[in-house]
Design a protein around this ligand. Structure first.
Ligand code: DAH
Length: 338
């Protein structure tokens, strides 16, 4: 009868020795020691054994049980170690591999160019003022010498909020607001968003302008020329030429449109400058006495110059961009270039 215990013992020994995974060890545990396991079965059948044999058989059975438990324990430990090693191999971290870079954003090209322009003017003693984007008709037009029904209003396709309120079509209204609240001398730039009901390759409904003006006694057009020359040559290079062309704006008299020598062909003639050698860059002039009056200044006492430019236009010429809409389509392939 004890023979069957010997064969169980040796079979278990062989099987446990061959178990090569935690799962296999677990299965053997169930097979021998589980509720319906071989050893458990033998223990249950003890009652059926003749009394005189029971004691010895029970002791041997218990020895086999302990033997199997120990073997399983050893095997389980070994398999655990093997599996841990495997996972360590797979999940090994190589601390010498360079880290993953989180891509950092950067300033929008419009903001970059605006920052550069502001830097140039502040170095010349100008300071920055801002005005509202939702503006009264009075500041956007009336105070700038464009009364209602004035044909010059047609030059700017306006978004009207109501009869008296508009989305500002330019930054010029800041001139009047600043003059109303300050006394000369004034050296001010006013950057910001402006709005026009207009859309094509060179026009979008929202874009940025920068207004500049200087007001004091005895300010002349030569001051304007000096300031603009420094500005243009710092942005586009020291060999860039300026040209003042007579023009008309209701808020300046005389008025000029300022061209720069073509930044692409340097004056030789190309597509961008339409073979003229010149590019239109900004509007300017001497502040109209009517504007001074509207702002509460005595035009007999003060003179001043003003100018206004489109920031996207400056950026387009600086970087050779041919479609203004690219700025606001948020195509990363475009934006990443700046
Ligand atoms: N406000 C004008 C526009 O948006 C630009 C301009 C022209 C501004 C002449 C000025 C100026 O200050 O003197 O078309």
């Amino acid at each position: 009868m004890l023979n069957d215990l010997d064969s169980i013992k040796s079979l278990a020994g062989e099987e446990i020795e061959k178990a090569d995974s935690l799962k296999a060890v677990q299965d053997l545990k169930v097979r021998y020691l589980g509720k319906k396991g071989i050893i458990t079965g033998k223990i249950k059948s003890l009652a059926a054994i003749a009394k005189e044999d029971r004691r010895e058989y029970g002791k041997s059975l218990n020895d086999v049980k302990i033997y199997i438990e120990e073997l399983l324990g050893v095997r389980e430990k070994a398999c655990k170690a093997v599996e841990l090693n495997k996972t360590l191999q797979i999940q090994r971290i190589d601390v010498t591999i360079p880290g993953y870079r989180i891509p950092a954003g950067h300033l929008h090209p419009t903001t970059q160019v605006l920052g550069e322009i502001i830097g140039i003017f502040t170095s010349l003693g100008f300071h920055v003022e801002e005005g509202p984007e939702v503006e009264l008709d009075f500041y956007n037009f009336e105070a700038l010498n464009m009364p209602k029904e004035h044909p010059a209003r047609d030059m700017q396709d306006t978004f009207y909020i109501s009869d008296d309120v508009v989305l500002r079509t330019h930054t010029s209204p800041v001139q009047v607001r600043v003059m109303q609240n300050n006394t000369p001398p004034l050296r001010v730039i006013a950057p910001g968003k402006v709005y026009r009901c207009d859309a094509d390759v060179t026009h979008i409904p929202m874009f940025h302008q920068l207004e500049g003006f200087m007001v004091d006694k005895h300010i002349t057009m030569s001051h304007l020329k000096g300031v603009l020359e420094v500005f243009i040559q710092r942005v586009f290079g020291a060999d860039t030429k300026l040209r003042f062309r007579p023009s008309f704006f209701p808020f300046t008299e005389p008025s000029a449109e300022i061209d720069i020598s073509c930044v692409i062909c340097r004056g030789a003639g190309c597509n961008v400058c339409k073979n003229t050698g010149w590019l239109e860059i900004l509007g300017a002039g001497m502040i109209n006495p009517r504007v001074f009056e509207m702002a509460g200044y005595d035009p007999a006492q003060y003179t001043g110059f003003a100018f206004g430019m489109g920031i996207e236009r400056v950026a387009m010429l600086k970087y050779g961009i041919d479609d203004i809409r690219l700025f606001y389509e948020n195509d990363k392939r475009f934006l990443d270039q700046f």
